[in-house]
Ligand binder design. Structure first.
Ligand code: GLN
Ligand code: ZN
Length: 745
């Protein structure tokens, strides 16, 4: 009988019990013992659920109080020096993640191309040692519940060190960890473990090719030292970077992603590279919430089986990246709900597919296919849309010509000042918005409330003497959700939470059908704001790429088509704003960089599609209409050509975390369009001094012309308090005026 396995289960819990547990500990509502007991209860529950799902191998060690990489750091004593005086316990663990009174937290980074963030291990010349064998404790606990099905899971040494900071000698760092891994494995094997899953996702990235030699050394060592274990060399999110070489590693099994790395991994497999190995076949998408196409997947599994010693069916990656269960989503249309597969449903799919591979096609299997087909055939996936091929993808005139026409209309001073869109959202705003959503206050009262807030802030902005104003985004909880709730083709789940970092969870909207603009999204607020002032008010939209990247997207159509659909919808909204007299419209692409594929070879196509969708959204406007865009901090150098290609009249970007680098990327020769490099950091409540802001304006002016330069904060001000925001903007305007004087204008 074909076995089934999984790589990791969501920690959050069906009702975010995990988050609540941990936060209660942080706010001292529960004791440490209660925290541990609560965690154990959750783990027990997760194990039982997976046992009941019929898994033959159940992951252990995927549970964490914050992050699995931080677990390793503390276990191996890679504890930043500044924390070295503190006792190694759960409080130290949380302090590294969140900072404490004495010490700042470690940095966090995105886990490959997901929206999960890990705590970056900091090598500060500590001596690695085994502070505890956490995995063994968890394994022993799990044995009580699931017996021999318990499968320890750990991130491998190469990925761990590759994701670290402060490593001087890569090889030496890896070597220093090997005896510790060995001890962990030895104790596990002594306790009865057979399979041990070692995650090495670094080997699907371009960077992974640098570590092929290291892999031979490491896995040779493990094979020699712990011959009793059956190691699974597990990768995900892409195909192996070099299957020729990696398939030779002396491990019992390879866990491969046959969803995101399908073509390459399958080619490697069918060419016979993995002869004699067991293959843990990741055929169910662990990154998305859609039910699997069984007809295709069953075929795929057959091919995999023919090419390997043994196939074990599993999801493509840990289920950490999807919500727990779709069974609570009773608010969604039945066709849609039946087509969803969150973690629990994915485990069921794994089971059904394994049975099918063994020749058993159960009624549940047939029902699944019927549901899948009904979803594809649903009206909402077959809407007759405007043809994206016919939309303009280029502005009518050159930037120079547009700039002159826009200036004639707008009469902006040199170094125009503006903000990124949102203003502080007070308790009162949040409360009122929620009350309205729950139907406790009428639409009229709510709009009256929002209007009052807009009016107050238009006055504030005029008093501050800002040049381009915004309405403030008080009606939005989130820049993607707001659009998702109003465009056709999007749904909001009740409990579709996924972990983003620490206890922080997000609930991405689901793009389930063809996206269409069916009503005005932002016109009312924008036009109202504009009616209150003679200064230009900037319309504020989120762009197609950011909307897609921060949603659970459809996978039944090519991504490019989805970008285009949203691009068209945004185009319709821009037209409404333009017709209503709005002269400046900003289309935020905060998440452009983070959607970049892991592999260089796939990046160009993504960027081209992204640029094209932005063009579809923004190219149909009149020359006089000024298009802005905004991007949050990221490594821009490798995407600068695409940013240029967006052809936005003005871009504003976050820079405070690496001012120098970004200016490099935006030298005038390369970047001729309007540009605002954030002149102060909005992530901290600290009010900048005038001198600092002046320096941040003048420094880029060595490279960029004052004629193209805009002055703005780094990002939206939504999360800040009002007093510090007012103080900071006052400084911003004063500093700008001083630089203008110096420039003699
Ligand atoms: N317009 C948005 C705001 O100001 C942009 C936020 C972002 O880039 N993350 O909130
Ligand atoms: Zn931003």
């Amino acid at each position: 009988m074909t076995k089934i396995s999984s790589l990791g289960y969501p920690r959050l819990g069906e009702n975010r019990e995990w988050k609540k547990l941990i936060e209660s500990y942080w706010s001292k509502k529960i004791t440490q013992q209660e925290l541990f007991e609560g965690a154990k209860a959750l783990r027990t529950d997760f194990l039982k659920k997976q046992l009941n799902a019929g898994l033959d191998l159940i992951p252990v060690g995927d549970f964490s109080f914050y992050d699995q990489i931080l677990d390793l750091s503390v276990q191996f004593n890679i504890i930043p020096k500044r924390f070295s005086k503190e006792e190694v316990d759960i409080d130290l663990y949380f302090s590294i993640a969140r900072g404490n009174k004495e010490n700042v937290a470690s940095a966090m980074k995105k886990w490959f191309n997901t929206n999960y963030h890990y705590i970056v291990p900091e090598w500060t010349k500590q001596r690695p040692k085994l502070n505890n064998n956490r995995l063994l404790e968890l394994y022993l606990e799990a044995r009580e519940i699931v017996g021999e099905k318990a499968k320890p899971v750990i991130t491998g040494p190469i990925t761990y060190v590759a994701l670290s900071s402060g490593v001087e000698d890569f090889t030496a760092a890896v070597k220093s960890l090997l005896p510790l891994y060995k001890q962990v494995f030895k104790e596990l094997v002594d306790a009865g473990a057979v399979y041990i899953q070692i995650d090495e996702p670094i080997f699907v990235t371009d960077e992974g090719s640098e570590y092929l030699e290291a892999a031979k050394g490491v896995y040779g060592y493990f094979a020699k030292e712990i011959p009793q274990a059956k190691f699974i060399f597990q990768t995900y999110f892409e195909a192996l970077i070099n299957a020729e070489s990696l398939s030779q590693l002396p491990v019992a099994a390879f866990g491969l992603d046959f969803v995101h790395g399908l073509e390459e991994n399958l080619a490697a497999l069918t060419s016979g590279l993995f002869k004699g190995k067991e293959i843990f076949a990741g055929v169910i998408d662990g990154r998305n919430i859609w039910s699997s196409d069984f007809v295709k997947t069953a075929e795929l599994l057959k091919t995999i089986k023919e090419n390997t010693a043994e196939v074990i069916v599993q999801p493509s990656c840990s289920l950490l990246h999807v919500p727990v269960t779709a069974k609570n989503e009773t608010g969604l249309e039945t066709v849609l709900r039946n087509g969803l597969a969150f973690a629990d449903e994915k485990l069921q799919e794994v089971k059904l597919l394994a049975e099918k591979l063994d020749g058993r096609e159960t009624p549940a299997y047939k029902e699944h296919i019927a549901h899948f087909e009904a979803l594809q055939a649903a009206d909402f996936r077959n809407v007759e849309l405007e043809n994206a091929e016919q939309a303009a993808t280029k502005r009518a005139s050159s930037f120079e010509k547009r700039r002159d026409l826009q200036q004639k209309k707008l009469h902006l001073p040199l170094l125009p000042t503006t903000t990124i869109g949102s203003f502080p959202q007070s308790q009162e705003i949040r409360r009122t918005r929620l009350a309205w959503k729950r139907g406790r206050i009428s639409d009229e009262d709510y709009q009256g409330f929002i209007n009052a807030e807009i009016k107050r802030w238009i006055k504030i902005q005029e008093d501050l003497d800002l040049d381009v104003l915004v309405h403030g985004e008080f009606e939005r909880v989130d820049m993607v959700e707001f659009f998702g709730q109003q465009l056709a083709g999007f749904a909001t789940t009740k409990l579709g939470w996924v972990q983003s970092y620490g206890s922080r969870a997000v609930k991405p909207p689901i793009i389930y059908g063809d996206v269409q603009h069916i009503k005005p999204l932002t016109v009312r607020e924008t036009v109202y704001a504009q009616s209150l002032t003679d200064r230009p008010v900037k319309g504020m939209l989120t762009g197609p790429i950011t909307i897609t990247n921060w949603s659970f997207e459809r996978t039944d159509i090519p991504r490019r088509q989805l970008f285009d659909q949203i691009g068209l919808a945004i185009k319709d909204e821009i037209k409404l704003l333009e017709d209503a007299g709005i002269a400046i419209i900003q289309v935020d692409e905060a998440a452009l960089r983070e959607g970049l594929p892991l592999r260089k070879a796939k990046q160009k196509a993504y960027l081209d599609d992204a640029v094209r969708a932005f063009h579809i959204a923004t190219s149909s406007v009149k020359d006089e209409t000024q298009i802005h865009t905004h991007m949050c901090y990221s490594k821009f150098d490798e995407i600068i050509d695409s940013i240029r290609a967006l052809d936005a009249d003005v871009i504003s970007i976050e820079t405070s975390r690496s001012h120098g680098d970004i200016i490099e990327s935006f030298e005038t020769a390369v970047y001729p369009l309007g540009i605002g490099l954030g002149v102060y950091d909005i992530h901290s409540p600290r009010v900048p001094t005038k001198e600092e802001v002046i320096a941040n304006i003048e420094r880029p002016l060595h490279k960029l012309s004052p004629k193209q330069f805009w002055v703005n904060p780094d990002c939206g001000l939504k999360t800040r308090q009002e007093p510090e925001t007012l103080a900071a903007l006052k400084v911003l305007v004063a500093a700008t005026k001083e630089v203008r004087r110096k420039l003699g204008s």
